[in-house]
Design a protein around this ligand. Structure first.
Ligand SMILES: [Zn+2]
Ligand SMILES: [Zn+2]
Length: 296
Protein backbone atom coordinates (compact mmCIF):
# COMPACT_ATOMS: atom_id res chain seq x y z
CA UNK A 1 0.00 0.00 0.00
CA UNK A 2 1.05 3.60 -0.08
CA UNK A 3 0.38 6.62 2.01
CA UNK A 4 -1.90 8.07 -0.62
CA UNK A 5 -3.81 4.79 -0.70
CA UNK A 6 -4.07 4.64 3.05
CA UNK A 7 -7.32 4.94 4.85
CA UNK A 8 -7.40 5.97 8.45
CA UNK A 9 -9.99 3.24 8.89
CA UNK A 10 -7.02 0.85 8.91
CA UNK A 11 -5.77 2.37 12.12
CA UNK A 12 -8.79 2.58 14.37
CA UNK A 13 -8.40 1.72 17.99
CA UNK A 14 -5.50 0.62 20.15
CA UNK A 15 -2.73 -1.55 18.69
CA UNK A 16 -3.66 -5.20 19.39
CA UNK A 17 -1.68 -7.26 21.94
CA UNK A 18 1.25 -9.43 20.80
CA UNK A 19 0.38 -13.07 20.05
CA UNK A 20 2.02 -16.16 21.53
CA UNK A 21 5.59 -16.38 20.13
CA UNK A 22 6.24 -18.65 17.16
CA UNK A 23 8.16 -21.88 17.95
CA UNK A 24 10.92 -20.92 15.46
CA UNK A 25 12.00 -17.65 13.82
CA UNK A 26 9.95 -16.43 10.85
CA UNK A 27 9.95 -13.28 8.72
CA UNK A 28 7.79 -10.27 7.94
CA UNK A 29 8.63 -9.88 4.24
CA UNK A 30 6.85 -6.52 3.83
CA UNK A 31 6.29 -3.76 6.36
CA UNK A 32 6.07 0.04 6.39
CA UNK A 33 7.43 0.82 9.86
CA UNK A 34 7.56 4.52 9.02
CA UNK A 35 3.81 4.57 8.36
CA UNK A 36 3.13 2.39 11.41
CA UNK A 37 4.85 4.98 13.60
CA UNK A 38 4.14 8.22 11.78
CA UNK A 39 0.40 7.95 11.50
CA UNK A 40 0.70 8.91 7.81
CA UNK A 41 2.60 12.13 8.42
CA UNK A 42 5.28 12.40 5.76
CA UNK A 43 7.00 15.48 7.10
CA UNK A 44 8.50 14.06 10.31
CA UNK A 45 10.71 11.00 10.37
CA UNK A 46 9.78 8.33 12.90
CA UNK A 47 11.69 8.48 16.17
CA UNK A 48 14.54 5.88 16.26
CA UNK A 49 13.70 4.63 19.76
CA UNK A 50 10.06 3.97 18.81
CA UNK A 51 11.16 2.17 15.63
CA UNK A 52 13.62 0.03 17.59
CA UNK A 53 10.92 -0.85 20.15
CA UNK A 54 8.59 -2.03 17.36
CA UNK A 55 11.40 -4.15 15.85
CA UNK A 56 12.20 -5.62 19.30
CA UNK A 57 8.49 -6.45 19.84
CA UNK A 58 8.50 -8.40 16.57
CA UNK A 59 11.70 -10.26 17.54
CA UNK A 60 10.11 -11.14 20.89
CA UNK A 61 7.36 -13.15 19.15
CA UNK A 62 9.76 -14.95 16.77
CA UNK A 63 9.98 -12.39 13.96
CA UNK A 64 13.62 -11.22 13.98
CA UNK A 65 13.79 -10.51 10.22
CA UNK A 66 11.87 -7.69 8.54
CA UNK A 67 11.86 -6.11 5.10
CA UNK A 68 11.12 -2.37 5.27
CA UNK A 69 9.50 -1.18 2.03
CA UNK A 70 9.65 2.30 0.52
CA UNK A 71 6.83 3.83 -1.52
CA UNK A 72 8.45 7.06 -2.71
CA UNK A 73 11.91 8.67 -2.66
CA UNK A 74 11.85 9.92 0.98
CA UNK A 75 10.50 6.63 2.38
CA UNK A 76 12.93 4.62 0.24
CA UNK A 77 15.84 6.66 1.64
CA UNK A 78 14.45 6.08 5.13
CA UNK A 79 14.21 2.32 4.49
CA UNK A 80 17.82 2.19 3.28
CA UNK A 81 19.04 4.12 6.32
CA UNK A 82 17.12 1.89 8.74
CA UNK A 83 18.50 -1.28 7.10
CA UNK A 84 22.02 0.14 7.27
CA UNK A 85 21.80 0.71 11.03
CA UNK A 86 19.57 -2.17 12.22
CA UNK A 87 20.62 -5.84 11.91
CA UNK A 88 17.02 -7.13 11.81
CA UNK A 89 16.03 -5.06 8.79
CA UNK A 90 16.65 -5.23 5.04
CA UNK A 91 15.24 -2.61 2.68
CA UNK A 92 13.22 -2.45 -0.53
CA UNK A 93 13.12 0.82 -2.51
CA UNK A 94 10.69 2.11 -5.13
CA UNK A 95 8.15 4.63 -6.24
CA UNK A 96 4.77 2.96 -5.60
CA UNK A 97 2.50 2.35 -8.62
CA UNK A 98 -0.09 4.82 -7.34
CA UNK A 99 2.59 7.49 -6.90
CA UNK A 100 3.89 6.63 -10.39
CA UNK A 101 0.36 6.92 -11.76
CA UNK A 102 0.23 10.40 -10.23
CA UNK A 103 3.41 11.41 -12.09
CA UNK A 104 5.92 10.94 -9.25
CA UNK A 105 8.20 8.44 -11.02
CA UNK A 106 10.07 11.12 -12.97
CA UNK A 107 13.61 10.50 -14.19
CA UNK A 108 15.23 12.08 -11.12
CA UNK A 109 13.15 9.90 -8.78
CA UNK A 110 14.07 6.76 -10.72
CA UNK A 111 17.75 7.79 -10.66
CA UNK A 112 17.58 8.02 -6.87
CA UNK A 113 15.92 4.57 -6.64
CA UNK A 114 18.71 3.24 -8.86
CA UNK A 115 21.34 4.79 -6.56
CA UNK A 116 19.70 3.36 -3.40
CA UNK A 117 19.36 -0.10 -5.00
CA UNK A 118 23.16 -0.35 -5.10
CA UNK A 119 23.48 -0.11 -1.29
CA UNK A 120 24.51 -3.34 0.45
CA UNK A 121 21.42 -3.77 2.64
CA UNK A 122 18.92 -2.72 -0.02
CA UNK A 123 17.96 -6.16 -1.32
CA UNK A 124 14.84 -5.47 -3.37
CA UNK A 125 13.28 -3.00 -5.74
CA UNK A 126 9.64 -2.52 -4.81
CA UNK A 127 6.95 -2.06 -4.20
CA UNK A 128 6.32 -1.57 -7.89
CA UNK A 129 3.77 -2.99 -10.30
CA UNK A 130 0.31 -1.98 -11.40
CA UNK A 131 -2.72 -0.77 -9.45
CA UNK A 132 -5.89 -0.57 -11.49
CA UNK A 133 -8.02 0.03 -8.40
CA UNK A 134 -6.64 3.29 -6.98
CA UNK A 135 -5.22 4.65 -10.24
CA UNK A 136 -7.60 5.45 -13.11
CA UNK A 137 -6.89 4.81 -16.81
CA UNK A 138 -5.26 8.24 -17.23
CA UNK A 139 -2.37 7.04 -15.01
CA UNK A 140 -1.87 3.56 -16.47
CA UNK A 141 0.77 4.44 -19.08
CA UNK A 142 2.95 6.21 -16.49
CA UNK A 143 2.43 3.31 -14.10
CA UNK A 144 3.54 0.72 -16.64
CA UNK A 145 6.57 2.80 -17.68
CA UNK A 146 7.59 3.05 -14.03
CA UNK A 147 7.06 -0.69 -13.49
CA UNK A 148 9.30 -1.46 -16.48
CA UNK A 149 11.98 0.93 -15.20
CA UNK A 150 11.88 -0.70 -11.74
CA UNK A 151 12.24 -4.19 -13.29
CA UNK A 152 15.37 -3.00 -15.12
CA UNK A 153 16.82 -1.46 -11.94
CA UNK A 154 16.27 -4.72 -10.01
CA UNK A 155 17.99 -6.75 -12.74
CA UNK A 156 20.86 -4.29 -13.07
CA UNK A 157 21.63 -4.62 -9.35
CA UNK A 158 20.82 -8.33 -9.06
CA UNK A 159 18.24 -7.77 -6.32
CA UNK A 160 14.71 -9.08 -5.86
CA UNK A 161 11.60 -7.45 -7.32
CA UNK A 162 8.64 -6.84 -5.00
CA UNK A 163 5.37 -6.53 -6.89
CA UNK A 164 2.23 -4.64 -5.92
CA UNK A 165 -0.66 -6.09 -7.93
CA UNK A 166 -4.11 -4.60 -7.46
CA UNK A 167 -6.70 -5.83 -9.98
CA UNK A 168 -3.96 -6.23 -12.57
CA UNK A 169 -2.93 -9.93 -12.48
CA UNK A 170 -2.74 -10.62 -16.23
CA UNK A 171 -1.23 -7.23 -17.05
CA UNK A 172 1.54 -7.78 -14.49
CA UNK A 173 2.45 -11.15 -16.01
CA UNK A 174 2.38 -9.59 -19.50
CA UNK A 175 4.91 -6.92 -18.46
CA UNK A 176 7.07 -9.39 -16.49
CA UNK A 177 7.16 -11.87 -19.37
CA UNK A 178 7.93 -9.05 -21.81
CA UNK A 179 10.77 -7.50 -19.76
CA UNK A 180 12.02 -10.80 -18.37
CA UNK A 181 11.41 -11.18 -14.64
CA UNK A 182 14.34 -10.90 -12.21
CA UNK A 183 15.51 -14.22 -10.74
CA UNK A 184 13.68 -13.45 -7.48
CA UNK A 185 10.22 -11.94 -7.99
CA UNK A 186 7.80 -11.67 -5.07
CA UNK A 187 4.07 -10.97 -5.33
CA UNK A 188 3.50 -8.95 -2.17
CA UNK A 189 0.05 -9.32 -0.57
CA UNK A 190 -0.83 -12.01 -3.10
CA UNK A 191 -4.45 -11.47 -4.10
CA UNK A 192 -5.11 -13.94 -6.92
CA UNK A 193 -7.01 -17.21 -7.08
CA UNK A 194 -5.70 -20.75 -7.59
CA UNK A 195 -5.34 -20.30 -11.37
CA UNK A 196 -3.26 -17.14 -11.04
CA UNK A 197 -1.18 -18.69 -8.24
CA UNK A 198 -0.42 -21.62 -10.55
CA UNK A 199 0.70 -19.23 -13.32
CA UNK A 200 3.04 -17.46 -10.86
CA UNK A 201 4.37 -20.72 -9.38
CA UNK A 202 5.19 -22.09 -12.85
CA UNK A 203 7.26 -18.98 -13.56
CA UNK A 204 9.20 -19.50 -10.30
CA UNK A 205 7.75 -16.46 -8.56
CA UNK A 206 7.29 -16.25 -4.78
CA UNK A 207 3.86 -15.55 -3.26
CA UNK A 208 3.76 -13.49 -0.07
CA UNK A 209 0.55 -13.79 1.93
CA UNK A 210 -0.74 -11.02 4.19
CA UNK A 211 -3.42 -10.86 6.89
CA UNK A 212 -6.04 -11.15 4.15
CA UNK A 213 -5.35 -14.91 4.27
CA UNK A 214 -7.15 -15.01 7.63
CA UNK A 215 -10.30 -13.19 6.43
CA UNK A 216 -13.48 -15.25 6.37
CA UNK A 217 -14.16 -14.28 2.75
CA UNK A 218 -10.73 -15.37 1.51
CA UNK A 219 -11.51 -18.93 0.36
CA UNK A 220 -9.92 -18.38 -3.07
CA UNK A 221 -6.78 -17.00 -1.44
CA UNK A 222 -6.50 -20.05 0.83
CA UNK A 223 -6.84 -22.32 -2.24
CA UNK A 224 -4.01 -20.33 -3.85
CA UNK A 225 -1.81 -20.74 -0.78
CA UNK A 226 -2.58 -24.45 -0.51
CA UNK A 227 -1.26 -25.21 -4.01
CA UNK A 228 1.92 -23.11 -3.68
CA UNK A 229 5.10 -25.14 -2.97
CA UNK A 230 6.40 -24.37 0.50
CA UNK A 231 9.66 -22.93 -0.87
CA UNK A 232 7.72 -20.34 -2.91
CA UNK A 233 5.80 -18.97 0.10
CA UNK A 234 6.42 -15.88 2.19
CA UNK A 235 4.36 -14.12 4.86
CA UNK A 236 4.01 -10.40 5.51
CA UNK A 237 2.01 -7.81 7.40
CA UNK A 238 2.01 -4.85 4.96
CA UNK A 239 1.62 -3.07 8.30
CA UNK A 240 -0.06 -0.84 9.30
CA UNK A 241 -2.61 -2.21 6.79
CA UNK A 242 -4.41 -5.56 6.46
CA UNK A 243 -4.45 -6.57 10.13
CA UNK A 244 -5.15 -10.30 10.49
CA UNK A 245 -8.16 -11.82 12.23
CA UNK A 246 -9.00 -11.49 15.12
CA UNK A 247 -7.83 -7.84 15.04
CA UNK A 248 -9.08 -6.82 11.61
CA UNK A 249 -9.66 -3.05 11.45
CA UNK A 250 -7.08 -2.21 14.13
CA UNK A 251 -3.52 -1.03 13.40
CA UNK A 252 -1.19 -3.74 12.13
CA UNK A 253 2.48 -4.27 13.09
CA UNK A 254 5.18 -6.86 12.34
CA UNK A 255 4.69 -8.48 15.77
CA UNK A 256 1.23 -9.64 14.54
CA UNK A 257 2.58 -11.72 11.64
CA UNK A 258 2.43 -14.94 13.75
CA UNK A 259 -1.37 -14.92 13.24
CA UNK A 260 -0.84 -15.16 9.49
CA UNK A 261 1.98 -17.74 9.82
CA UNK A 262 -0.31 -19.95 11.91
CA UNK A 263 -3.14 -19.54 9.36
CA UNK A 264 -0.73 -20.49 6.57
CA UNK A 265 0.36 -23.61 8.49
CA UNK A 266 -3.28 -24.63 8.76
CA UNK A 267 -4.05 -23.94 5.09
CA UNK A 268 -0.97 -25.74 3.74
CA UNK A 269 -0.86 -28.57 6.28
CA UNK A 270 2.85 -27.84 6.82
CA UNK A 271 3.81 -28.26 10.46
CA UNK A 272 4.39 -24.87 12.13
CA UNK A 273 8.11 -25.24 12.99
CA UNK A 274 8.87 -26.59 9.53
CA UNK A 275 6.92 -23.71 7.95
CA UNK A 276 8.79 -21.09 10.01
CA UNK A 277 12.13 -22.62 8.93
CA UNK A 278 11.00 -22.65 5.29
CA UNK A 279 9.86 -19.01 5.44
CA UNK A 280 13.25 -17.92 6.80
CA UNK A 281 15.12 -20.00 4.20
CA UNK A 282 13.01 -18.58 1.37
CA UNK A 283 13.41 -15.01 2.61
CA UNK A 284 17.20 -15.43 2.73
CA UNK A 285 17.23 -17.00 -0.74
CA UNK A 286 15.18 -14.08 -2.13
CA UNK A 287 16.62 -11.13 -0.20
CA UNK A 288 19.99 -12.55 0.81
CA UNK A 289 21.19 -13.11 4.38
CA UNK A 290 20.45 -10.59 7.11
CA UNK A 291 24.23 -10.94 7.74
CA UNK A 292 24.81 -9.52 11.15
CA UNK A 293 22.83 -12.11 13.10
CA UNK A 294 19.46 -10.64 13.94
CA UNK A 295 18.54 -10.70 17.60
CA UNK A 296 15.93 -13.42 18.13
ZN1 LIG B 1 1.20 -2.87 -1.95
ZN1 LIG C 1 3.07 -2.20 1.02
Amino acid sequence: MSRSAASRADRRGEPPPSPEPLPAPAVDSHTHLDIVLDGFRTDEPADDAAVDAEIAAAAAVGVPRLVQVGVDVPSSRWAAELAARHPNVLAAVAVHPNEAGAGLAADDALAEIDRLAALPRVRAVGETGLDRFRTGPEGWAAQEASFRAHIRIAKEHGVALVIHDRDAHEEILRVLDDEGAPEHTVFHCFSGDAGFAQACVERGHVLSFAGTLTFGSAGALREAAALTPVDQLLVETDSPFLTPVPYRGRPNASRLVPHTVRALAEVTGVELVRLCDALTRTAERVFGPWDRGPTA
